[in-house]
Design a protein around this ligand. Sequence first.
Ligand code: ADP
Ligand code: MG
Length: 239
Amino acid sequence: MEVILEAHNIYKSFGGVKALRDVSLNVERGKIVGIIGPNGSGKTTLINVITGFLKADKGRVIFEGYDVTNLPPYSRAKLGLVRTFQIPRPLTDFTTLENVAVAAMITGMDKAEAYKRAVKILEQVGLSYAANIKAGLLNIIEKKRLELARVLALNPKLVMLDEVLAGARGSELVSLLDTIRGLREQGITVVMVEHLVSAVASISDWLIVLNEGRKIAEGRPKEVLENPEVIKAYIGEVK
Ligand code: ADP
Ligand code: MG
């Protein structure tokens, strides 16, 4: 068991809103870790802090043994720590393939290499059929697959996925879950933030639960979902 990512005692407030309160977590290399919690529980904020898009008020982030707390996002990405966005942000006037190739070029590949790699990655995420379509024309699930493709092009060691399953159902959901398992098989550590519980619980090796900015539970999915405090947090949201 080797820890690839550590967050220590993270605090983040927005004015009076305490988005994260003393959140600590460890992620083991090669696992799929799910982070769940009701809307507004701090999931996206946690991704922002861990990947450097927001500065924490307090706390430290350690990636592969390096203290990355004060590094900007691109430096963390260079180390292999990358994220997707809850609202996909493709270059809408570029084709799907071009979007992925541009990301590959960021790692220093030349154009020919980058396009070759982009073709492979689109296969991996099931988007080859849309390679030459402008990214702005993709539907929301396709845009999420493209987000996934773009982070894979950065050659990550750990990906943080922000609600990549949201809106997917049926065979779409099954195939997205397959793609994500494929990442783990490839040796990429996956941290998935999701609002809806059942799909992420089915795929995760470990589940962490946030509520009102605090970590209220973690463990194997089955045990966590039976935890009364977790059930209460979700029921509280349905009211
Ligand atoms: P989740 O992703 O779990 O739905 P967020 O991390 O987006 O939750 O938000 C946690 C809390 O912080 C919410 O109350 C939200 O309104 C607040 N918040 C998040 N980002 C900002 C921001 N940039 N400015 C002000 N408040 C924010
Ligand atoms: Mg969110």
